[in-house]
Design a protein around this ligand. Sequence first.
Ligand code: 13P
Length: 259
Amino acid sequence: MTETRKPIISGNWKMHHNHFEAIQTVQKLHYRLENDDFDLVDVSVHPPFTDIRSVQTVIEADRMKIELGAQNCFFEEKGPFTGEVSPTMLAKLDVKLVIIGHSERRQFFGDTDEWVNKKLKAVLGNGMIPILCCGETLEEREAGQAESKVDSQIRSGLDGLIPDHVSDMVIAYEPIWAIGTGKTATSGDAQMMCAKVRSVVADVYGNDVAQSVRIQYGGSVKPGNIVELMNQADIDGALVGGASLDADEFAAIVQFNQH
Ligand code: 13P
């Protein structure tokens, strides 16, 4: 983390919390956080699609500074795409950030690098900010391919984007072997990979863009490891799964400055 990039901590709820539980969680999070927290850190929650309208309503009614996010979207605006949700629909619900290319989407739902690129363009075209996910499997890490995997995911993901869009976006490095396993990358490994991501952005878009893009680490982030992760120069935030489902635990992560 450097002084120039505002940290961003995002809660990816995955397929957890129905809309009643989502309202309770976001209200509790709001009460646990202070106004000052939002001066220091951007905070977003990414509920399942069925919760988004409910969460939008409470965020608006209580003028919360928590930002509303989504976990995915399709790249077309409308059409015969049964089961899909368009970026236009999300933008209409005041969604600000959309996670794109999460490893679970790539692994279980067939999201390819080409689709990830199209989705990024669609999210940006609708005035929202994408969180582009990248990361290697355990086999790739053990074969010494972690850096080359992330390098190619970032290059193909960002293909054809304009520099201003890349400056504003968020990239999440999430080693797949650390997701939901309780195994966190060491802060040194996480830093090395986030620095790698930034160097790829610099290579394609130049140093100014690379210095402004915010890079999150994701994979078993908890209140007990967030401080060390945030102390790394190229880690500007966290994409939190399991620990974001509980408002107290997530608030403790957001308030990493106070530990
Ligand atoms: P966990 O924090 O549960 O490991 O999940 C990480 C993740 O995949 C966030 O997108």
